[in-house]
Ligand binder design. Structure first.
Ligand code: PLP
Length: 366
């Protein structure tokens, strides 16, 4: 049996009629940018999360970038985040002109360790970007308290956590802003690039709306220095339809995660932990294996696709050498990057495929 890491053609097989009708509907109307589909999706996405405003943009990276611009991040400002994240979290900080400042992660959640944030705050710190990585919510109580004490902005990176909850509230509703990615393989994915910024602040929402469209208050009337970062009508219409399936898809991801957890229970693998005050959405199913290299080789032979999220922590990436970090600066991040491994999880993964993955891993350890 061949198990892909993801397979969006399976989603198309299920929803072909719906997708085709939506796409031809947009073509028939002939409006492709900033139209009614975007407005509808923005409204529905804001309602889904329980926030006042949602602003569609071109990608998750640009959602982070424009959120930073909206809080007037300037050259030399510092933004606290983690090195165990996707590169774009850092690209956005870097392109906004700020300096990313890395904090180590918790050994059991692989997320930002809130206990270590305070020691990294300086007079230049402007914001914290907690990343709800793999679909797991960060400890928002502690982060928001610190932000309040030091008067910092919080931008949640929710690229991997659509629908995840912390203490019964959706992630993305805690900070000043949250950034979502709709990269195709995300829990809510477009069929191209797309992203969203959400906020409860009317003023910040208005600023982001200007920023994403050349600062246009009116056609050809630019009131602030802006940019082009828009979520197009085809993607918006598809995403609005897919939003109605998100809870169902997340439920299936959780079901798959539970099957993996049962099946892999007594092996010398560290499995994901679900914290009592969180409802994760399992964008990824990440295990830890001391003998990762051998396990990957074995799974490749079994034709099971696996990936590592992420093999090189950002503070050790060539592109970010200029930040001046060295090996050993983030010991937990570095240790975990050598042991973590993501096994396939996506809503259309079949039970027989899940069984094949668990049986194969069991055989490796037998
Ligand atoms: C944690 C994280 N942040 C930001 C992004 C950027 O999103 P996008 O690919 O839509 O620019 C991604 C996805 O790639 C991500 O996983």
């Amino acid at each position: 049996m061949k198990i892909p890491f993801g397979d969006l053609s399976r989603q198309y097989k299920v929803y072909k009629k719906g997708f085709d009708t939506i796409i031809s509907g947009v073509f028939e109307k002939g409006n492709f940018i900033l139209g009614e589909n975007l407005l509808k999706f923005e409204e529905n996405f804001a309602r889904y999360l329980g926030v006042n405003h949602a602003i569609g943009v071109a990608s998750g990276t640009e959602a982070l970038f424009l959120a930073l611009k909206a809080i007037d991040i300037k050259n030399g400002d510092e933004v606290i985040t983690v090195a165990n994240t996707a590169i774009p979290t850092i690209s956005a900080i870097d392109f906004a002109g700020a300096t990313p400042v890395f904090v180590d992660i918790e050994e059991n959640s692989y997320l930002i360790n809130p206990e270590l944030i305070e020691s990294r705050i300086t007079s230049r710190t402007k914001a914290i970007i907690p990343v709800h990585l793999y679909g797991n919510p960060c400890n928002m109580d502690k982060i928001m308290q610190l932000a309040k004490n030091y008067n910092l902005n919080v931008i949640e990176d929710c690229a991997q956590a659509h629908g995840a909850e912390y203490k019964g509230k959706k992630v993305g509703t805690f900070g000043d802003f949250a950034a979502f990615s709709f990269y195709p393989s995300k829990n809510l994915g477009a069929n191209g690039d797309a992203g969203m910024i959400v906020t409860n602040s009317k003023e910040l929402a208005e600023k982001v709306r200007l920023l994403r469209n050349y600062g246009f208050e009116d056609r050809y009337k630019s009131v602030i220095r802006g940019f082009n970062s828009r979520l197009d009508e085809i993607q918006a219409a598809l995403l609005d339809f897919k939003l109605t399936k998100l809870d169902y898809w997340n439920k299936r991801r959780l079901e798959i995660a539970k099957k993996y957890m049962e099946g892999l229970e007594s092996l010398p693998l560290i499995l994901p932990e679900i914290k009592p005050d969180t409802s994760p959405v399992f964008h990824l199913f990440v295990v830890r294996a001391k003998e990762r290299g051998r396990l990957i080789g074995y799974l490749m032979k079994k034709e099971i696709a696996v990936l590592i999220h992420y093999p090189i922590p950002i503070h050790l990436q060539t592109a970010y050498e200029f930040l001046g970090y060295k090996k050993g600066d983030l010991p937990v991040t570095e240790k975990l990057s050598k042991e973590i491994l993501s096994i396939p999880i996506f809503p259309e993964l079949e039970n027989k495929e899940i069984d094949y993955v668990t049986t194969s891993i069991k055989k490796f350890y037998s």
